[in-house]
Design a protein around this ligand. Structure first.
Ligand SMILES: Cc1ncc(COP(=O)(O)O)c(C=O)c1O
Length: 397
């Protein structure tokens, strides 16, 4: 029996079959379709009697390689690469739900996932309920006879609350529900939801998987049985990942482990530093002992992740001054980049929510989210420090 390989080895050595040119690094298969050997092969491939590439909306060697790596990393049987994270979230739900079904989701899901649940799905007769991460005791009472799926993100964005995946896996099993976990914040290097009972693991590959803010992409991973349904849906509705993005993202996965180690190390150092600042009211980071779910985070995650959120004194006004005073750190909505990024969730990523809804998911008016990058940590801390000082001393809000 072949010995199981390590996370990094799988990420680096899982490679599409070498072509006749004997390349070392996998080439980019920039082709819309593939040529059949003969009429019988064409018939058999279309009839799913034999596998093989037909058309890049269905499959492509680059997307296959990307997905093979992610499956090994997440411990899932099969998967689909999608054009974006949202295409992954939408396809993973739409492929498996029908009119009359109900979804139970954590309230703190990503903004566009909210839009799918609140606005788009109700048009197709699919209803939803939200449950709060901080009140797990209420979740079971929200399961209805027509509930078919539970959808969560952990850690949550941007409050960084943690859901106990072992508990949720058992709850989903007890009620025969599909548990779908958006694992984009943690990545498979920090946590593998399938090991706790998740049936589907979804990703925005745009974040830490790319890691350098270059392309948009996503993935849906799970059992062969569920992915068969998702594949049927994506094959015919078309949210396929482009070969170039798959080629690039597969190369990015080679360095995911080493990048996540440094993202997490830098984030912990920044969070620890911020906790000592007199101008900061509160710091949230899963691996800070002050995090309310520190013990759970330690049990479930290898490291604390690359995101730190904090509440600056003086609320919204001082928070805006802080952002305007940053010199090196970028002010942009992405995360999971080599470059450190800051954003004010209440006025940007979560501005569509009401003040009350934001409060329910832990977003205060002065909260700043920092996606800690890979620059030298002393430079990151210096920029944050000078922006905090500038925000105290006035300046443009
Ligand atoms: C947790 C989470 N899920 C999904 C998405 C959507 O991914 P994409 O922008 O790749 O469509 C994002 C960010 O954009 C996200 O932060």
């Amino acid at each position: 029996m072949e010995e199981e390989k390590g996370f990094e080895t799988n990420a680096i050595r899982t490679q599409h079959e070498r072509s006749a040119f004997r390349e070392h690094s996998v080439p980019l298969y920039m082709t819309s379709s593939f040529v059949f050997d003969d009429a019988e092969q064409a018939r058999a491939m279309f009839a799913d009697e034999i596998s093989g590439n037909i058309y890049s909306r269905y499959s492509n060697p680059n997307t296959d390689e990307f997905i093979s790596k992610l499956c090994l990393m997440e411990g899932t049987e099969d998967g689909i690469a999608t054009a974006s994270g949202m295409a992954a979230m939408f396809s993973s739900m739409a492929a498996l739900l029908k009119s009359g079904d109900h979804v139970l989701a954590c309230r703190s899901v990503f903004g566009s996932t909210h839009q799918i649940l609140d606005t788009i799905f109700p048009r197709f007769g699919i209803s939803y309920s939200y449950a709060d991460i901080t009140k797990p005791e209420l979740w079971e009472s929200k399961i209805q006879p027509n509930t078919r799926m539970i959808f969560v993100e952990t850690p949550s964005n941007p409050a960084l609350d943690i859901i106990d995946l072992e508990w949720l896996g058992k709850l989903a099993k007890k009620h025969s529900l599909i548990l779908n976990v958006d694992n984009c914040f943690a990545t498979p290097y920090l946590q593998t939801p399938a090991a706790w009972g998740a049936h589907l693991v979804t990703h925005s590959a745009t974040k830490f998987i790319d890691g350098q803010g270059r392309v948009i992409g996503g993935a849906v991973l799970g059992s062969k049985e569920l992915i068969k349904e998702v594949r049927f849906f994506t094959r015919h509705t078309g949210p396929a990942m482009a070969p170039f993005n798959a080629w690039l993202l597969s190369k990015s996965l080679e360095t995911l482990a080493i990048r996540m180690e440094r993202h997490c190390e830098n984030a912990l150092m920044l969070a620890t530093h911020l906790e000592k600042s007199a101008e900061v009211v509160k710091v949230k980071y899963p691996f800070l002992p002050s995090h309310p779910q520190f013990a759970l985070a330690k049990r479930q995650m290898r490291l604390g992740g690359g995101i730190v959120s904090f509440e600056i004194k003086g609320g919204l006004v001082q928070g805006r001054r802080f952002l305007n005073a940053l010199q090196m750190i970028s002010h942009t909505p992405n995360l999971g980049d080599t470059r450190t990024i800051a954003i004010h969730p209440a006025s940007t990523t979560h501005s569509k929510l009401t003040e009350e809804e934001r409060a329910l998911v832990g977003i205060t008016p002065g909260m700043i989210r920092i996606a800690v990058g890979l620059e030298t940590i002393t430079d990151i801390i210096r920029d944050v420090e000078q922006a905090i000082s500038a925000s105290v001393n006035g300046g443009e809000a």
